[in-house]
Design a binder for this molecule. Sequence first.
Ligand SMILES: Nc1ncnc2c1ncn2[C@@H]1O[C@H](COP(=O)(O)OP(=O)(O)OP(=O)(O)O)[C@@H](O)[C@H]1O
Ligand SMILES: [Mg+2]
Length: 454
Amino acid sequence: MNVLLAEDERSIAVTLRHALEEAGHKVHSVADGREALRELQARSFDLLITDIRMPGMDGISLLKEARTLDPAPHVIVITGHGTIETAVEAIRHGAYDYVLKPFLNEDLVRKVATLTEFRRLKNKVQALESEVGLDRARARLVGESDAMRRVLAVVRTVAESDEDVLITGETGTGKELLAKMIHELSARRDGPFVVLSCSGFPQTLLEDEIFGHEKGAFTDARALKPGRFERAHGGVLFLDDIDDVPVETQVKLLRVLQERTLERLGGEKTLRVDVRVVAATKVDLQSAVEDGEFREDLFYRLNVVPITLPPLRERRSDIPLLMAHFIAVHGKGRGYRISEETEEKLLRHGWPGNVRELENAVRRAIAMIGGGTELRAEDLLLGGPRPPKEEPQAGEGQVERSLRDVVREAEARHIRRVLKHTGSHRGRAAKILGISRKNLWEKMRELNITGEEA
Ligand SMILES: Nc1ncnc2c1ncn2[C@@H]1O[C@H](COP(=O)(O)OP(=O)(O)OP(=O)(O)O)[C@@H](O)[C@H]1O
Ligand SMILES: [Mg+2]
C-alpha cells in the first residue's frame, strides 16, 4: 500500500517506516501535520498513519481533512499513553483503527496487513460486479466460488432470453436477489417487478391474489381488484415458494403460463398479460412431482430454465468476499474487520440460514461494536458453530473435503503473507512460521505456492 506516515517523534517514525517497508509498503514520512495535509492533497495515498500530537496540525484535524478527500485514504491513528478517549474520537471521525503508545511495530504492521486484505476483497467485489455488467443494477449477487461463477455465468444469458425461470435453493441463498437481477438485466427492466409469496394462503385467497377479482365476485368484493399477473404486466412476476400452490390452483397457473391469458375471479372477460414468471422454491420440485404433490406439466413448464443456488456451506470460499461486501454495505464506509481467528470460525460455521444469516451476523456485530473496528466472533456467531451432522447427508465426504480445503486455503494464505513479508526469503519465512526450511519447501509444493509472492 501507499502509506503516508505523519509522526514527529523521529525514533518512532524511522523504525515504523522501516517495518512497513519490510512488509512491502511504500512509505512517505513527514513530521508535521500541515505538511501531511499538503502531501495528501498533492498525491493519493491508500493509508494515512498519523500521530495525534504534532506540530502544525493535530492528528484529529488531519483525520477530518483526510476523510473529505476523494478518494479518501484509510486512517490509522497513533495516540499517546492513556488517551483512549482520543482513540474513540478518532474512530468516531472515521478512522479505520488506532494504536496506543507504546506499541510494537509488528502489531501495526499486522493491522495494515488486515486492511490490505480488506481492500483487496473490496476491489474484488467491485471487479466482479462490473464483470457481470452489474454497474447499473441494484441487485448484486456476490460470489467467486466455482458454484457461484457458474450461476452468474448463466444469469446474463437467461436474463436476455424471455423464458420463465425456476430457482431452487435453501432459505437465504439469494433466490429473490437472483430474480431481481434477472429482471434488471432483462429487456423488462423498466417494467414492474412484482413479488408474491405463495406460502401461507388458503387456496381461494391465493387465487384472489394471483388473478384478482371483479366487483361483486363475492360478498366482500366491493371493488375490482387486479391480480398480481395484471400488476406485473410488461415486467416480471416473482412467485416465491411455488411448491406451496395447491394442486387445483396449479392447473389455473399452468393455463396462464401457456396462454398468457386469464380471467379475474367472478369475471367473464379474458385478459391478455405480458408477464415473465420467475418462480422459486426451497424444495426439490422434482421429488414433489414424484410424490404427486406438484403437477408434472407445471413443473416442466417452469423448469425450462432451472437455476440452483447452492447453500453457503457448499461454497465456503465465498464467505470472506460476502463479509467484505456486507461490511461495505452496512458499515457506513468504516473499515470494520475481523481477526484471522474469527475468520476461521466463520469458515467452519454451518450457516443453516445461508447468506441471510451471514448478512444478519455482520449487521448485528456492527451494531454491537463499541469503539473499535474489530467485529467480535461472539456477536457474529450467536449459536456457535454447528455440529457437522447438520451438514447435508448426501455430501458428508464432500463437506469434509471442503473443510479441509478451507484449512488448506487459510494455510496457503498465511504462508504467502509471510513470504511476501520477508521478500520471499525462505529462511526467514520458515523461522517466522516456526518450521524447518525443508518443511516450508514441502508445504509450498503441496499448496502450489511459487515463492514469487513479493
Ligand atoms: N450472493 C449474494 N450476494 C450478496 N447478497 C446476497 C447474496 N445472496 C443473498 N444475499 C442477501 O441475503 C439476503 C437473503 O437473500 P434472499 O432474500 O434473496 O434469499 P432467499 O433465497 O429468497 O431466501 P428465502 O427462501 O428465505 O426467501 C438478502 O438481503 C440478499 O440481498
Ligand atoms: Mg425469498
